[in-house]
Design a protein around this ligand. Sequence first.
Ligand code: HEM
Ligand SMILES: *[C@@H]1O[C@H](CO)[C@@H](O)[C@H](O)[C@H]1NC(C)=O
Ligand SMILES: *[C@@H]1O[C@H](CO)[C@@H](O)[C@H](O)[C@H]1NC(C)=O
Length: 324
Amino acid sequence: MSSSSFLTAALFLSLMVGGLNAQLSATFYSSTCSNVSSIIRGVVEQAAQSNVRITASLLRLHFHDCFVNGCDASLLLDNSDGIASEKDAPPNADTVVGYEVVDDIKTAVENVCPGIVSCADILAIAAEISVTLAGGRSWNVLLGRRDSRTANQDGTSALPSPFETLSEITKKFTDVGLDTTDLVALSGAHTFGRAQCRFFSGRLYNFDGAGNPDPTLNTTYLETLRQICPEGGNENTLTDLDLTTRNDFDKNYYTNLQNNHGLLQSDQELFSTSGAATIDIVNRFAASQSDFFDSFAQSMINMGNISPLTGTNGEIRTNCRRIN
Ligand code: HEM
Ligand SMILES: *[C@@H]1O[C@H](CO)[C@@H](O)[C@H](O)[C@H]1NC(C)=O
Ligand SMILES: *[C@@H]1O[C@H](CO)[C@@H](O)[C@H](O)[C@H]1NC(C)=O
């Protein structure tokens, strides 16, 4: 290859990579809606007064948005002509909550900056605010995402299930460009919020088909969970993902795993899968909250970068539940 065609190829490649990386920026709304974060913070604080769980629910919304067609608020679209809502798919139906608070945020933002701030960015900002309100550390949220004009109901199969193996879950993360450190750090989100019995009761009574519980469950914790979720009881009963500090964003998720107190099979696998690369990372975060907070911030930025719509793609929805 001649040096000039090499340079052309290199330029082309860097433009491609630049295009794929999409130009999100921390200052995207600084001249058009400089107060957007405080507006959102106000609504989240208000909602948290009557529902302490809302911070966890809002963080999860951003995750369930980003893993399906990228961070484009496709999750928020209701059913309508031509839209089969992602909300109705198994990974979301009767489990993802908080949509009404997103509506309240959108209304508050539209009142001050109409037509400016995307629903996808609202989810990213609300996730960061939620983590800080629960005791976690702040980060610079990158902004400039636009909202999709479609949903991808079948695409929700990209979301990890709590019954999958560590290698299946790892693959779902690598499929969206996230690595093992991202997986372990982002799983730390299970330091707050709630889960229904149906997502872990399979571990409590007959995990192996021979009437035995999951051998990786701490026996003391097993007894506690059996009281919360009795055999044949209500599978929708909620309990804490982190029984030690239920509403706090801290590193206890990882110390729980070290004690075999992971609630979901997918949680405990990070520490109990023999030879797994995740074990050392769990130990590192269990030993240092500041290491966890650093990695969590970086991994949230990485997750927030999954295939955003930018520029003139997509739109800024007026109502997060409907395309314009
Ligand atoms: C690694 C694979 C993951 C699996 C298998 C998984 C699965 C689950 C399940 C089954 C629940 C309980 C839902 C219910 O009972 O209704 C849950 C809750 C939650 N998840 Fe995950 N999750 C994963 C990763 C993540 C990530 C990456 C985040 C965010 C960064 C996250 C944030 C949350 C939060 C905050 C809750 C509590 C939500 C609430 O109380 O409303 N999860 N997750
Ligand atoms: C920004 O929003 C906060 C909270 O809603 C409000 O107290 C403050 O006055 C606003 N500042 C500006 C410049 O609009
Ligand atoms: C089980 O949990 C208790 C705390 O409830 C802890 O002291 C113990 O070390 C744990 N056992 C194992 C095997 O992790």
